[in-house]
Design a protein around this ligand. Structure first.
Ligand code: AFP
Length: 443
């Protein structure tokens, strides 16, 4: 088990001291080894922390490749489970997610033909975050829930479109069975907790702009038996099992619905990208071992919020726009407004993408559990870095399912350069926010 509490406490400590060097290892990634007495540790339960393990995942080996199909995602996962028997159950889980992605890809493709555009229920369907749900938000959530249920490996799900984490109770109802539940739903002893945003960027979908599904997979914690169907304590126990830090992720990834459909994911042994080949109905490995360039020339943020950003971030962006940053290059700007698309471009081209804190949204917009943490795992696995501004996102223990967090991620050197502006800043308000997040008192 990792001494993550020390790490999380340390990352903010350097708000009070000179910046320290960062070294990249698989995990844990430490931003600073020093600890300030002024920093208290977050309120983390044993359940939250129990699943942070040092894992050694063996990358699959492919002795022979079919010329017609290449390496499919299905075969990739077969080889993963051959090389790592302890990850056997992940094979069916990823298979369920890839199946859901194919279905969602088709739903998104055909939305204007089938009438699946616009708001759910003709408008007025609001999710727990106060956002109006699109028809596709509702349908894609259902598709993923069912696909995960069919794997038999997923106990709890937490979704952007669900108010609280659930044992997927509704999904277990027998169709037409008047509220009856199916008997065999989850294999005992092989349950995972899955978090997801079924259709991120859905406000863009009617305009044919890229969207995506984001997912993260955690191992169940020991106390999971309490989180059973028809158990009164279901909610509290499910919640406890779901609030795990990014460092406990077993797998994470996204599916991008764009000019082609891509499945990009990590199981902690690098990042691999698969493109959907509709002619054979399979995702095929097209982007093996994605490595983020150490530096990029692109920044990607919603600049309409610029005047409300933290001063250090404003100064950093001004520097890279005007060629006064560390590289002396003038950076270019790209912003889709769909996180999966913006992260995908950043993974391939480098640079920095973010949704930072601003005066109105002190914790930014993106959600820690099912957006920021899974994407941070990918960024780090591809050699990049992902911070709130100062703090490593993978260290943060979520206090709420839909908790928001500032997110600034991408090329290692670019993100470190951005951080140096925060390191040099002694604004008490920024330091207070940083500490609150680490202590777990942030909303
Ligand atoms: P929607 O899912 O409501 O379209 O929001 C998308 C998103 O959460 C994320 O994908 C984007 O990075 C971010 O919002 C864009 O937000 P702004 O429109 O405020 O720039």
């Amino acid at each position: 088990m990792r001494a993550v509490l020390l790490a999380v406490a340390a990352t903010c400590a350097s708000a009070f001291m000179a910046p320290s060097p960062v070294s990249l290892s698989r995990r844990p990634l430490r931003l600073s080894q020093s600890r300030s007495a002024a920093v208290r540790v977050p309120r983390a339960s044993p359940v939250m922390m129990a699943n942070i393990k040092e894992r050694t995942v063996r990358a699959p080996v492919f002795d022979e490749v079919c010329e017609q199909t290449g390496i499919t995602l299905t075969r990739y996962m077969m080889e993963v489970s051959r090389a790592n028997p302890e990850l056997r159950d992940l094979e069916s889980l990823i298979s369920g997610i890839q199946q859901a992605c194919k279905t969602i890809s088709s739903l998104v493709d055909r939305a204007t033909i089938t009438g699946m555009v616009g708001y759910a229920n003709g408008g007025g369907s609001i999710n727990v975050q106060g956002e109006e749900q699109k028809k596709l938000d509702v349908v894609t959530n259902d598709v993923l829930k069912r696909a995960l249920r069919f794997t038999g490996k997923v106990g709890i799900i937490a979704s952007e479109e669900e108010d609280v984490p659930v044992f997927n109770k509704d999904a277990y109802k027998v169709p037409g069975g008047e509220g009856k539940y199916q008997d065999v739903t989850v294999d005992i002893g092989s349950k995972y907790v899955t978090v997801f945003d079924p259709l991120d960027g859905s406000s863009n979908v009617d305009a044919n702009i890229p969207t995506g599904t984001i997912f993260g997979v955690y191992e169940e914690a020991e106390s999971m038996e309490n989180c059973m169907v028809n158990d009164d304590s279901v909610e509290g126990s499910c919640l406890l099992n779901t609030l795990q830090p990014g460092d406990a992720l077993v797998a994470s990834g996204y599916c991008l619905y764009s000019s082609s459909c891509m499945f990009v994911f990590t199981i902690g042994a690098g990042v691999n990208g698969f493109t959907y080949d509709r002619s054979i109905g399979e995702f095929v490995l097209t982007h093996p071992n994605i490595q983020l360039p150490k530096r990029g020339k692109i920044y990607s943020m919603n600049e309409a919020n610029r005047w409300d950003w933290d001063k250090p971030l404003q100064d950093y962006v001004t520097a890279i726009q005007t060629g006064q940053g560390q590289t002396k290059a003038k950076y270019s700007s790209r912003y889709i407004g769909s996180m999966v698309g913006d992260v995908h471009r950043t993974l391939l081209y480098g640079g920095i993408f973010g949704y930072p804190a601003d005066k109105k949204n002190k914790d930014g917009k993106l959600r820690l559990l099912y957006e920021a943490a899974p994407m941070s795992f990918l960024m780090e696995q591809a050699g990049g870095l992902s911070l709130t501004g100062k703090t490593r996102i993978m260290d943060l223990v979520p206090q709420k399912v839909h908790q928001r967090v500032p997110f600034l991620a991408g090329s290692y050197d670019d993100v470190m350069e951005m951080r140096s502006y925060y390191d040099a800043c002694d604004d008490p308000e920024i330091i207070k926010r940083c500490l609150a997040r680490l202590e777990g008192s942030a909303k």
